[in-house]
Design a protein around this ligand. Structure first.
Ligand SMILES: *Cc1c(COP(=O)(O)O)cnc(C)c1O
Length: 396
């Protein structure tokens, strides 16, 4: 059996998105900036996509949608704009969390080198940030709060409407990386007081290499990519209309079917969580309820997540240890460490990210094989004995 359970790393293109993509490649291949008919027909496709994305997140105006090369670029542009555009006003402080995606964390590090001060809030043990901590961190110098909508590794959903309300009251810009939330959790940028938001096509069955930065009208965006006047002068480069149109179609499809998909996926998720709970010295990471519909993240002490992942891959199961970005190094996940998971447990973590295409049979198969590989690798671990006998509190 082949089971794809790594949808937080990337998803497969949906049938709808693929049809739109191919149609555009064949029939809307102009440059939307060209004045001839070919260009103008392509421009219409682009306008249509902008309207669809705006409607999916309830943006007031489609001109608040800027297309980018993906979630990373949108995150970079949001932070760099909010920081640099407000520096002259003495706003030199930024707030984020220590469990963000590296697109946020590495940009924050860069801004620190430019002289900005950054506060990295740690979430509670369940992976959720305390809104009081956000309020307490804001000072007269704070330009921006950037807190992700939902975490890509352990799935915890952050209190976005509450944080939005605080930021609005205190006159601070609020950005959220909603890459994992889009098409899974309802997003309303107006009701939630979100000033800027990032999306990525390939996390909701759209193509890779396309994303969105939403920026409320009135917010000053600075260019990350310099060049032509595309995207109202804020993002240079000939616009990838086929990719954008396919992304918009995938987002709309995901949002239109959100309730039905979630009902199914949450049942699968909870079945998997329950099915792995009897493994000794195993712990579910992230809030059990306020978590992404498809996310299951477990730590199994006494084993390496990477070994488990490869063991499961032999059975045809695709999952992840830590995040896809950290899986090339053996450092444990900054997210799990950031929420206080002991380093020994963080080393043995596995993430399954399910979607509506997964089945109960697949979940049963995962449960069976995880039991098998955890047992196998523990039987080879010199530390496991000591843990089992209670001679040690943690392994490794
Ligand atoms: C995948 C991901 C990104 C990066 O998006 P790309 O389109 O791959 O650049 C950013 N943030 C989160 C939370 C993600 O999961």
């Amino acid at each position: 059996m082949k089971v794809y359970a790594d949808n937080a790393a990337t998803t497969y293109l949906s049938k709808t998105a693929k049809e739109v993509l191919l149609d555009c490649l064949d029939n809307y291949n102009g440059n939307p900036n060209s004045l001839h008919t070919d260009g103008q027909l392509t421009q219409e496709k682009l306008d249509e996509a902008r309207g669809i994305v705006a409607a999916c997140i309830n943006a007031k105006n489609p001109n608040e949608i800027y297309f980018t090369s993906g979630g990373s670029e949108a995150d970079n542009q949001a932070l760099i704009s909010a920081a640099r555009a407000n520096k002259a006003k003495g706003k030199t402080h930024l707030i984020t969390t220590n469990i963000e995606h590296h697109a946020i964390l590495h940009t924050m590090r860069k801004l620190e080198l430019e002289g900005f001060e950054v506060t990295y809030l740690a979430p509670k043990a369940n992976g959720i940030v305390d809104v009081d901590d956000v309020a307490a961190a804001i000072t007269d110098k704070t330009a921006l709060v950037s807190i992700m909508f939902a975490n890509n590794e352990m799935g915890a959903i952050q209190p976005i409407p509450e944080i939005g309300a605080i930021c609005k009251e205190r006159g601070v810009l609020f950005h959220t990386d909603a890459v994992q939330a889009a098409a899974h959790i309802p997003i309303d940028v107006q009701a939630m007081n979100i000033d800027m938001l990032s999306l990525s096509g390939h996390k909701f069955h759209g193509p890779k290499g396309v994303g969105v930065l939403y920026a409320r009208n009135g917010i000053r965006l600075l260019n990350v990519i310099e060049g032509g006047a595309q995207e109202r002068g804020k993002r240079a480069g000939t616009v990838n209309v086929p990719g954008i149109a396919a992304m918009a179609a995938a987002l709309k499809e995901g949002c239109d079917n959100m309730e039905a998909n979630n009902e199914k996926v949450i049942a699968l998720r909870d079945k998997l969580i329950k099915g792995l709970a009897d493994i000794p010295h195993a712990q579910l990471n992230g809030d059990p309820v306020k978590r992404l519909p498809g996310n299951v993240n477990y730590s199994f002490e006494g084993v390496e997540g990477e070994s488990l992942l490869l063991g499961l891959d032999n059975y045809g199961i695709a999952c992840s240890s830590g995040s896809a970005c950290t899986s090339e190094s053996l450092d444990p996940s900054h997210v799990l460490l950031g929420m206080g998971v002991p380093i020994e447990a963080a080393h043995g973590s596995l993430r399954f990210s399910l979607n509506e295409e997964n089945t109960e049979e697949e979940v049963d198969f995962i449960i069976e094989k995880v039991h098998k590989v955890v047992e196998l690798f523990r039987s080879m671990s010199p530390f496991w004995d000591a843990l089992e006998k209670g001679e040690k509190e943690h392994c490794i």
